[in-house]
Design a protein around this ligand. Structure first.
Ligand code: HEC
Ligand code: HEC
Length: 297
């Protein structure tokens, strides 16, 4: 074989290997995308129970949507005045993204709940009365005391006057009807899939990196378990999965960013909330580490 022929063979083998690995990566990507949400949920839940059958701390799953065109549309709408009746009450006006997704203020007698990690919740609102994130977003848009109470038709008539936006909806929801009420809501939900607080020191600690949080906070995690806080505050968000005493059990992740607690915002200090909890009446030597732990969530 001439040198030239050898080179061609080597080149063909390398090219075939590159093409094959790209193909495998693409197939894996498509499979992951297609993995039903229920399957994904089941996979995460599998890690939540230890070999001894006890619930344990689990890290937040990674961001699900990244910068998909749908999520990018939702990001725009989250701060888009055309969604709001007074054209002022955009989602971001109450859900402050830099403050854990809440302004910690009271609207219509209820505190704004964080939008971060909302995609992992199975019940929403102060009484857990809504079980589906699409329904929550729709409610936020059409209820007077949230976004002002525009019907989706009014929102659509405003948005449909914006030709570039209509085009983006057409390409992001090509087979699903482009710009319509369902897709406006869906894009905001897709955006919320990017509002996930993964990769914090707490997540690293959950994954086995002991020194990611302080020794005091680690002691607090023991108190959290022995005081049975996890009976209610469980899963990757440490809550948001059930209702207790007519109140949604809130997620505890991002707690240190909030300025008021409980669904009516009546308690302003974290150390005053804990004693109100079942199992929360603890001696000072347990309360202090527990508060340190709650501070790293
Ligand atoms: C005027 C302030 C305000 C505006 C504007 C607003 N929200 Fe809310 N949001 C709240 C309050 C208050 C709650 C808690 C309601 C309750 O507990 O019953 C809430 C709850 C939520 C929740 C449920 C959180 C949970 O875990 O239970 C989500 C998700 C949410 N809002 C998303 C949005 C989106 C998306 C928009 C824009 C379309 C929006 N909100 C606009 C104040 C607001
Ligand atoms: C029986 C269920 C249950 C148990 C056990 C429980 N909690 Fe709660 N927790 C709740 C509910 C329900 C709320 C919300 C009450 C409300 O909104 O008025 C809450 C709220 C909280 C809040 C306020 C969060 C916020 O953003 O408003 C903190 C902090 C908290 N719990 C910590 C703890 C700790 C620490 C323990 C263990 C000592 C514990 N909880 C045990 C059900 C429980």
């Amino acid at each position: 074989m001439t040198r030239r022929k050898k080179l061609i063979v080597v080149f063909a083998v390398v090219a075939a290997a590159v093409v094959a690995s790209l193909l495998v990566a693409w197939i894996m990507h498509v499979r992951a995308e297609k993995m039903a949400e229920a399957e994904r949920e089941a996979l995460y839940r599998k890690f939540e129970i230890s070999a001894s059958g006890k619930k344990r701390f689990v890290p937040m799953p990674p961001i699900l949507a990244h910068h998909s065109p749908r999520a990018m549309l939702g990001r725009q709408l989250f701060n888009d005045r055309r969604l709001a009746c007074s054209q002022r009450l955009v989602c971001g006006a109450c859900h402050w993204l830099g403050a854990g997704g809440t302004d910690s203020r009271i609207h219509h007698a209820k505190i704004t709940r964080p939008v971060h990690n909302a995609v992992f919740a199975t019940c929403y609102m102060h009484d857990g009365g809504i079980s589906n994130l699409h329904d929550v977003v729709r409610t936020m848009i059409v209820t007077p005391y949230f976004c002002g109470g525009n019907s989706l038709d009014v929102v659509l008539s405003r948005l449909s006057a914006d030709a570039p936006l209509v085009k983006r909806f057409e390409s992001a929801y090509e087979d699903e009807g482009g710009l319509n009420g369902t897709n406006v809501v869906d894009s905001v939900v897709e955006y919320m899939k990017t509002l996930i607080t993964s990769g914090t020191p707490y997540d690293f600690w959950c994954a086995g990196h002991e020194d990611s949080i302080t020794a005091e906070a680690r002691r607090g995690s023991e108190v959290f378990l022995s005081a049975r806080c996890m009976d209610c505050h469980d899963g990757p968000a440490l809550g948001a999965r059930k209702v207790s005493n007519g109140r949604k059990v809130p997620a505890l992740r991002g707690l240190s960013l909030r300025k008021a607690y409980l669904s009516d915002g009546s308690v302003k200090k974290l150390e005053s909330v804990v004693p109100l909890m079942p199992g929360g009446d603890l001696p000072q030597e347990e309360l202090a580490p527990l508060l340190a732990f709650l501070g790293v969530l």
